[in-house]
Design a protein around this ligand. Structure first.
Ligand code: NAP
Ligand code: MG
Length: 483
């Protein structure tokens, strides 16, 4: 793909590509070179209104409503096949736009995106209600109906995959969608839009409105014709979206930030724990909501683990994201790059020690060296706040009781990692940790069939698996007199 020839992006409304009503566009940047890739039409309130009306019509009147669940599944499966057919092109586009390595887009983002569409294609005709043995001479049954028009607002860290997590279950259940990609990374969602039209989704079923959060995003969250909001992003914006959505009492699901404890016991397989720790924090340049950013090390192995972690971390290959050998690419934007460097400076100021990294990696592009901090205390900003970058804070612990309280001492609760050969201890701790996902002797495992989501201020609602169907359906109880 020639990065100079990426065509300008438009809005997808009613299966047609249009300019923004205002005529405005914004630049899309390649974060590894700081050059402009292309321009994309900038949706605002007026465009979201047109998109929401199109989605409403498609939900209330269009062929989508009359289509059998099995046929909806067939169209979703065609989409999965089309994404698979274009997997290399999509992986390259994602890498150019986000800065993540091509080895990751090819081996993680794309396979999981395809799997998600396949999984929900298969589920479409398996969504049904129950018959309930009520008292009296009645037949009572439930219908599981689609939630309606859904507004979906997604972030920039896994742009295509997040679109799939949102669209898969919404389309399987028969909803229609207005999707707002992140301003930094609209390109793969727009390419997906072309494949959506090609797959045969009726007009208005999927509408894509790239633009900015406070304008396009807020318009989605407030629009009276939209019934439900699904949001992934920062906890702060999640709170704003929830407030905005309360105007017409939209149902809301939120997948927000994290500050995951990754806990390594002295009785773990240290080689596996080191590789898992690195994968847990440096995967996707640390721009992962479930990143294992608080590394808890048992006292007796602390020094050895840290010295071996340093050695391995310094071997990570950082550079051109399009090079298949690259293991870490660029941070997504100047804003994110500055934010991460700000946290690193704050860590130093507050007395933590940089074991390795701690600085930009290249003069051009938003590259930051993978960074390990030691001598971190629980109250430092780098131990409490979501950095969303390749920065891990190491904390020592003595015993499980103390550890459990400290691991849970966070506003977040998205995920956790546990490394030990004592399987009883691992399961006991897994029950104590307040988080939506716990990985034992592994990290960052995902499958379209397994639910994902947060406890506490990491949000609510579960994406993926059958659980996501709850987000996009509502239950109707029907009574029939048998007299
Ligand atoms: P963000 O602002 O929360 O972005 C998420 C999505 O919400 C984007 O599409 C964004 O649009 C939109 N948005 C922003 N303000 C909005 C508003 N007032 N109403 C409706 N939608 C709105 O995240 P960010 O600014 O890109 O990143 C900031 C921090 O969020 C990161 O440093 C990280 O800590 C966290 N984050 C978490 C996740 C996650 O998966 N949980 C993902 C990304 C970021 P714009 O693109 O125009 O802002
Ligand atoms: Mg933002």
């Amino acid at each position: 793909m020639n990065p100079n020839k990426i065509k300008p992006g438009k809005l997808l409304i009613n299966n047609e590509w249009t300019n923004a009503t205002s005529g405005k566009t914004f630049d899309v940047i390649n974060p590894s070179t700081e050059t402009v890739l292309t321009q994309v039409a900038e949706a605002d309130k007026a465009d979201v209104d047109i998109a929401a009306k199109a989605a409403r019509r498609a939900f209330d009147q269009g062929p989508w409503k009359k289509m059998s669940a099995r046929d909806r599944g067939r169209i979703l499966m065609r989409l999965a096949t089309l994404v698979d057919k274009h997997r290399e092109e999509l992986a390259e586009l994602e890498t150019l736009n986000n800065g993540k390595p091509i080895s990751e887009t090819l081996n993680a983002d794309l396979p999981l995106t395809i799997e998600t569409f396949e999984y929900y294609a298969g589920l479409a005709d398996k969504i049904h209600g129950d018959t309930i043995p009520v008292s009296g001479n009645y037949l009572n049954y439930t219908l599981r109906e689609p939630a309606g028009v859904v507004g979906q607002i997604i972030p920039w860290n896994f742009p295509l995959l997040m679109a799939a997590w949102k669209l898969g279950p919404a389309l399987a259940t028969g909803c229609t969608v207005v999707l707002k990609p992140a301003e930094q990374t609209p390109l793969t969602a727009l390419r997906l839009g072309e494949l959506i039209a090609e797959a045969g989704f009726p007009a208005g079923v999927v509408n894509i409105v790239p633009g900015f959060g406070p304008t396009a995003g807020a318009a989605v969250a407030t629009h009276p014709l939209i019934d439900k909001i699904a949001f992934t992003g920062s906890t702060d914006v999640g709170k704003t979206v929830m407030k905005l959505a309360s105007e017409n009492l939209k149902r809301v699901s939120l997948e927000l930030g994290g500050k995951a404890p990754n806990i390594v016991f002295a009785d773990s397989d240290m080689d596996a724990a080191i590789l898992g720790t690195m994968q847990g924090i440096f995967f996707n340049q640390g721009e992962v909501c479930c990143a294992g950013s608080r590394l808890f090390l048992e006292d007796s192995i602390h020094d050895e683990f840290l010295s071996r972690l340093k050695t391995h971390t310094e071997k990570l290959v950082l550079g051109d994201p399009l090079d298949p050998k690259t293991q870490m690419g660029a941070q997504v934007s100047k804003e994110q790059y500055d934010k991460i460097l700000g946290f690193i400076a704050q860590g130093r100021d507050q007395g933590a020690k940089v074991v390795t990294g701690g600085s930009p990696a290249q003069p051009k592009g938003y590259f930051i060296k993978p960074t390990v901090f030691s001598e971190v205390t629980d109250t430092m900003a780098i131990a409490r706040e979501e950095i969303f970058g390749p920065v891990v804070s190491t904390l020592k612990f003595k015993d499980v009781e103390e550890l459990t309280a400290r691991a849970n001492n966070t506003i977040y609760g998205l995920s956790a990692g546990i490394w030990t050969r004592d399987i009883g201890k691992a399961h006991r701790l897994a029950r104590e940790i307040k988080a939506g996902t716990v990985w034992i002797n592994c990290y960052n495992c995902f499958d379209a069939a397994s639910p994902f989501g947060g406890f506490k201020q990491s949000g609510f609602g579960r994406e993926l698996g059958k659980h996501a169907l709850e987000l996009y359906t509502q239950v109707k109880s029907v009574w029939v007199s048998l007299d």
